[in-house]
Design a protein around this ligand. Structure first.
Ligand SMILES: [Zn+2]
Length: 144
């Protein structure tokens, strides 16, 4: 499974004890999921929060980017037809054609940057349409 997470230690608002947060993103059923599980080490405070869609809370994205660094998606053949690229981008994000074009231009020119899971979600759609892509991360580049 494609997933990335980070563990954050913070202070419990209820008792002042040590609160451990496990937060992250993963891909399930072709969707991007984000979630946070929190548990206090000293009192019964605990919760689990999970949802899917494009709007991962910014604090989760920032925690992942800080811990693991950003990933960059590039086309292996930027000069190839843009048609399958546009189709894939519109499927992933439900974009208008104009916004998909703008995104495709960024992808062609510099690559798309995001968290590893966000980039992998777009990459899997592009591969589905036989578009060659690479995902570069701080922990290595994968050519698929
Ligand atoms: Zn507590």
């Amino acid at each position: 499974m494609i997933s990335q997470g980070v563990t954050i230690t913070t202070r419990c608002e209820a008792c002042g004890g040590v609160l451990i947060l496990d937060t992250g993103q993963h891909i399930g059923g072709g969707r991007l999921w984000w979630g946070t599980e929190g548990a206090c080490q000293s009192c019964p405070v605990a919760w689990c929060d999970q949802d899917f869609g494009d709007a991962t809370p910014e604090e989760i994205r920032q925690a992942l980017l800080a811990e693991h660094g950003p990933a960059r998606l590039r086309l292996t053949a930027p000069e190839a037809s843009a048609v399958p690229v546009l189709r894939a981008l519109r499927e992933v994000h439900g974009l208008s054609l104009a916004r998909a074009r703008a995104m495709a231009n960024v992808l062609k020119a510099t690559g798309l940057v995001g968290t590893f899971v966000e980039v992998e979600l777009v990459a899997s759609r592009l591969r589905h349409h036989s578009v060659g892509v690479t995902v570069e991360t701080s922990f290595g580049s994968r050519r698929l």
